[in-house]
Design a binder for this molecule. Structure first.
Ligand SMILES: [Zn+2]
Ligand SMILES: [Zn+2]
Length: 552
C-alpha cells in the first residue's frame, strides 16, 4: 500500500522556538502577565543563538502574544479572540517539528510537567463574554464545549468532597450531573459543605446538592438519587455514565463503586480526605490496578470478616466518620473534578496510581499500585441484553421464564445481595419467614423479639424461579430499577438489563424550569413517558438494539 507523503513545510529554528513558547502560553504554563526568562536564559534553554532567539521573539511580538516593557523585559499578553488563532498556528509549528508522543498511561512515572496536547483542529469560535457563561473556557486550547456539555457524570456521596466536586462540575458546565447519597443534611455538615444552608437541615443531601448545582448553572441537567450506592443504584445507571466520581468516606462503598464500574467498563475517580491529608486516584478498567488491588492484606481480611456477617457490615460503616477540614475537601475535590474533565476530553490520566497530598508539609507525590492478577473486581459483563421490563412490575418467576428461554431450563439467576428467607431462634425455636434483601434487615431486627439473641438466618443468592416466593417483584427482592441481572447455566453467564426502567430512572430533569419543582415543595417524582430527554439516547453499547427475548 502506497501512502503519499504529506508535504511538510520545514520551519525555521526561530519559528519552532516561537511555536514552543506559543504552546506554553496556550497551555497556561506561561500565563498572561508573566515575564519571560531573560534572553540569556532562553538562549541556554533552547540551545540557539541570540539572533535566532530574537527572531523568535519578534514573531511572538508581531503575533501580539508578547509585549515589551522598556528596560524590564518581555511579558506574556492575554489570549483573546484576536490572537488566539495565530497562537494555535504557531503552536502547531512546534508540534509538527517536535512531536511529544503520548505515552500510554500507567507505564512510567512522568519526569516533569507534561504538556497538554494542543488541538489545532479546534474550530475558532469567538465567545461573547457578556452573554456566554462558558465563554472563557473556549479560549482554553483543549477545551471542547460539546464534550463537556454532553458528558454524564455520577457523583457518589454529597458530603464535604461531593459538595466541592458538584460545585466545580456545575461551574464548568458539565452537562449531566447525577448525585447519589442516602444521608440527610445535619448542622455539622454546614462547616464544610458549600452547597448546604441552615434551612436545608434534615433534607436529603443529594436533592439539596442537585438543586444548588442547578442554581449555580441553569444550563446543566441534574438528577438526584436518595439511595445507597451498595445496592439501590441499578447498574444500567453506571453504564450510561462517562465518569463516576467517588466522594465516599468508607471502604465498603468504594469497593462497591469499584466493582460496578469494572463490570460495565467505566472509569472512576476516587478521593479521600482526613484532617489535612488527602489523596486522589483514577481507576480505569483494564489499565493498571483497581481500588481492590490497592487494599492491603489486612484491609482485605477486615472486609472478608464483615462480608461473612453482612448484617454487621452496614452498621459498622456508619461509625467510621473521619474529621476533615473544608480546605482539604476543596483541594482534593478540585483535583477529582479536574481529573474528570481530563477523562471527558480523552486526555491522558494516570490510572492505577495514587496522588497523595500532605497538607502539613505541602508535599505531593504519586505512586503506582500493583495490579493483582487474582483481584475479584476484574470482571467485565461485556454484552448486555436490554429487556423492556421493569423491576417493580416483573416477578422473579416472569424474569426466570425470560432468561430460561435464552439460556435453557437449567438457568439460575444470581442476586448481588443475599435474600433472607427466614429467621429461626436457636433458643425458643420460633420461626419467621420474611423474604427480604439483606440490606433491609437491620442487625436488631435479626434478633429474637422474646429471647433477644441473634437468630439463625436462612438465605440464598441464587433463584430458579420456582421458589414459593417467586411471585415477588424483582424490586421486592432487592434488585434496583434499571439493574443488570446475571443469569447462568452450566456453561456460561449472560447479563440482562431492566431497560423498561430507563425513562423513569435516569432522566437528568430535576429542577428543570418546566418541572416547576422548587426545593421548597415536597419531594415529588414526575413521570413523563412521552417526554424526550437526553436519557433517551441509546448508550454506546453493541447490545443495544439486540432482539429482545420478551415472549409471553
Ligand atoms: Zn483489582
Ligand atoms: Zn427466641
Amino acid at each position: 500500500m502506497n501512502i503519499p507523503n504529506a508535504p511538510i513545510a520545514r520551519k525555521s529554528l526561530a519559528e519552532i522556538i516561537a511555536g514552543k513558547l506559543a504552546a506554553s502560553i496556550l497551555d497556561g504554563l506561561l500565563s498572561s502577565g508573566t515575564q519571560l526568562a531573560s534572553e540569556r536564559d532562553l538562549v541556554k534553554e533552547f540551545g540557539v543563538s541570540r539572533s535566532t532567539l530574537r527572531e523568535a521573539l519578534k514573531i511572538l511580538l508581531d503575533s501580539k502574544l508578547i509585549e515589551s516593557r522598556i528596560s524590564v523585559g518581555w511579558f506574556v499578553c492575554q489570549i483573546t479572540s484576536t490572537n488566539l488563532a495565530r497562537a494555535r498556528e504557531l503552536a502547531s509549528w512546534a508540534r509538527a517539528e517536535d512531536p511529544t508522543p503520548t505515552k500510554p498511561a500507567g507505564q512510567e512515572p512522568p519526569t516533569g510537567p507534561r504538556r497538554l496536547p494542543v488541538n489545532p483542529e479546534k474550530p475558532l469560535q469567538i465567545p461573547n463574554l457578556k452573554t456566554d457563561r462558558s465563554g472563557t473556557f473556549q479560549l482554553i486550547s483543549w477545551w471542547e464545549k460539546e464534550k463537556v456539555e454532553k458528558a454524564r457524570v455520577m457523583v457518589v456521596g454529597a458530603g464535604a468532597l461531593g459538595n466541592e466536586v458538584v460545585k466545580n462540575l456545575a461551574l464548568m458546565g458539565v452537562g449531566h450531573i447525577l448525585i447519589v447519597d442516602f444521608d440527610t443534611v445535619e448542622m455539622a455538615n454546614l462547616s464544610r459543605s458549600v452547597l448546604f444552608r441552615e434551612s436545608d437541615s434534615s433534607r436529603n443531601k443529594s436533592e439539596v446538592a442537585a438543586a444548588r448545582a442547578k442554581e449555580i448553572n441553569p444550563n446543566v441537567h441534574v438528577q438526584y438519587l436518595h439511595a445507597d450506592i451498595s445496592n439501590q443504584v441499578g447498574l444500567g445507571i453506571f453504564r450510561r455514565m462517562d465518569v463516576i466520581i467517588g466522594c465516599l468516606d468508607n471502604r465498603e462503598a468504594r469497593l462497591a463503586v469499584n466493582r460496578f464500574a469494572y463490570w460495565v467498563n467505566k472509569p472512576w475517580v476516587d478521593g479521600a480526605i482526613q484532617e489535612l491529608y488527602g489523596l486522589v486516584r483514577v481507576f480505569v478498567p483494564g489499565q493498571g490496578a483497581c481500588f481492590e488491588c490497592s487494599l492491603t492484606e489486612q484491609a482485605r481480611r477486615d472486609l472478608a470478616v464483615r462480608y461473612s456477617c453482612p448484617l454487621l457490615a452496614r452498621e459498622n460503616v456508619l461509625l467510621g466518620k473521619v474529621p476533615t477540614t473544608p480546605t482539604i475537601a476543596s483541594i482534593i475535590g478540585a483535583m477529582q473534578a479536574q481529573e474528570t474533565l481530563k477523562l471527558i476530553h480523552g486526555m491522558p490520566v494516570e490510572p492505577g496510581k495514587v496522588t497523595h497530598f500532605n497538607g502539613l508539609t505541602n508535599v505531593m507525590h504519586t505512586t503506582a499500585y500493583t495490579a493483582r492478577e487474582d483481584c475479584e473486581s476484574h470482571w467485565n459483563y461485556g454484552e448486555i441484553t436490554e429487556l423492556p421490563i421493569s423491576a417493580g412490575t416483573t416477578s422473579l418467576s416472569e424474569f426466570a421464564r425470560v432468561v430460561k428461554s435464552d439460556l435453557g431450563p437449567e438457568t439460575l439467576i444470581e442476586l448481588d445481595q443475599e435474600l433472607i428467607l427466614s429467621l429461626t431462634c436457636p433458643q425458643c425455636g420460633s420461626h419467621e419467614d420474611i423474604v427480604r434483601p439483606m440490606s433491609q434487615v437491620g442487625f436488631k431486627a435479626a434478633h429474637c423479639p422474646t429471647c433477644g439473641i441473634l437468630r439463625e438466618i436462612e438465605m440464598t443468592h441464587t433463584i430458579t424461579g420456582d421458589e414459593p416466593f417467586a411471585h415477588l417483584s424483582l424490586l421486592a427482592t432487592g434488585i434496583p430499577p434499571l439493574h443488570v441481572i446475571r443469569a447462568f447455566n452450566a456453561s456460561e453467564y449472560r447479563f440482562y438489563e431492566l431497560t423498561g426502567d430507563l425513562k423513569d430512572t435516569l432522566h437528568f430533569r430535576h429542577f428543570d424550569r418546566q418541572d416547576n419543582h422548587q426545593l421548597a415543595t415536597p419531594l415529588r417524582e414526575t413521570i413523563r413517558l412521552h417526554a424526550v430527554s437526553a436519557a433517551d439516547e441509546p448508550p454506546s453499547n453493541p447490545a443495544h438494539g439486540r432482539v429482545t427475548l420478551w415472549k409471553d
